[in-house]
Write a protein that binds this ligand. Structure first.
Ligand code: NAD
Length: 293
């Protein structure tokens, strides 16, 4: 069994990006600039946005944090998006989800200029991804593709089972694994909460990507020997014995499944750390595309 080390791979990618930033600077070019919009004061969202901005600083990007009050109206937020779309100094921006209930998320995401949509959530970019065109690939699936590529996990002709069909992980993952190329060229089964006899699919899978958010859902008797496991799940589970009062669990029963797997991502330290690295990669791509114009 080999661990797919997301922390180390993410650090490698950040170092590569930092080196590119240095050469952009040395050539007198403009460094990438990412803005992150956060509405309200949700603790987890503030942590996520904080680490995105911190990572920008570490690798030499310019970054802007746009913190807006919980009470902002949808119209005011749309005005802010328009302003960011038109800001020539900015290469890309993200709007941290979830948004307060009185704001229509879809409306906000649709208002982002696809050329600055470094989260890759806009239908234009999602469509381009499905059509194999150059675009921003949603960061978590992009990170998984990088792990598979850098650890030389064979995917061609393999049966990949994805569990979960969310727009940000499961659905794009199923598209990416079925695309032509490496990683890709897989035969993909996309499963979800209405799938019958899920274990019949997972037992026959060469690669399983779990993105459902149910702690330790995938058990040892649901997989075959030699399986490759990508665990996207991150769930806080109460644990009084831990100083924080909780522990982070993935969707995979690691103790059981790791014994049968050829490659497996740990939680934490697997897919999670890759997400920010790929957001930075997308921002670098946004800068490169803009500099070509
Ligand atoms: P979601 O919560 O939007 O949807 C869950 C999906 O799982 C649905 O499509 C549902 O059909 C499926 N599902 C639920 N129960 C199921 C069951 N019993 N059997 C089969 N399918 C079932 O999904 P999401 O936003 O992709 O999040 C999934 C998990 O991944 C969460 O734990 C989330 O925290 C985590 N996540 C991690 C990262 C990261 O590592 N950076 C990024 C995004 C999400």
């Amino acid at each position: 069994m080999q661990l797919l080390d997301g922390k180390k791979t993410a650090d490698d990618i950040k170092n590569e990006i930092a080196a590119e930033v240095q050469s952009i600077k040395a050539a007198g070019g403009k460094v990438p600039h990412l803005a992150a919009v956060i509405v309200g004061s949700n603790g987890a969202s503030l942590t996520y946005v904080g680490s995105k901005v911190k990572s920008c600083q570490q690798i030499g990007f310019d970054s802007t944090l746009v913190a807006l009050p919980e009470t902002i109206t949808e119209a005011e937020l749309l005005d802010k998006i328009k302003e960011l779309n038109e800001d020539d100094n900015l290469d890309g921006f993200i709007v941290q989800l979830p948004l307060p209930k009185h704001i229509n998320e879809e409306k906000i995401l649709m208002a982002i200029d696809p050329d600055k949509d470094v989260d890759g959530f806009h239908p234009t970019n999602f469509g381009k991804m499905a059509l194999d065109m150059e675009t921003f690939i949603p960061a978590t699936p992009f990170g998984i593709m990088q792990l598979l590529e850098r650890y030389k996990v064979e995917t061609a002709g393999k049966h990949t089972v994805v569990i979960g069909r969310s727009h940000i992980v499961g659905r794009p993952m199923s598209i990416l694994m079925s695309r032509k190329g490496n990683p890709g060229d897989s035969t993909v089964t996309l499963t979800h909460s209405r799938t019958k006899d899920l274990a019949e699919f997972t037992k026959n899978a060469d690669i399983i990507i779990t993105a459902l958010g149910v702690p330790e859902f995938l058990k040892g008797d649901m997989v075959k020997d030699g399986v490759v496991i990508i665990d996207v799940g991150i769930t806080r589970v109460d644990d009084a014995s831990h100083p924080k009062g909780y522990v982070i669990k993935g969707d995979v029963d690691f103790a059981e499944v790791s014994k049968k797997s050829s490659f497996i991502t740990p939680v934490p330290g697997g897919v999670g750390p890759m997400t920010i690295a790929m957001l930075l990669q997308n921002t670098l791509l946004a800068r490169k595309i803009r500099s070509r114009k």
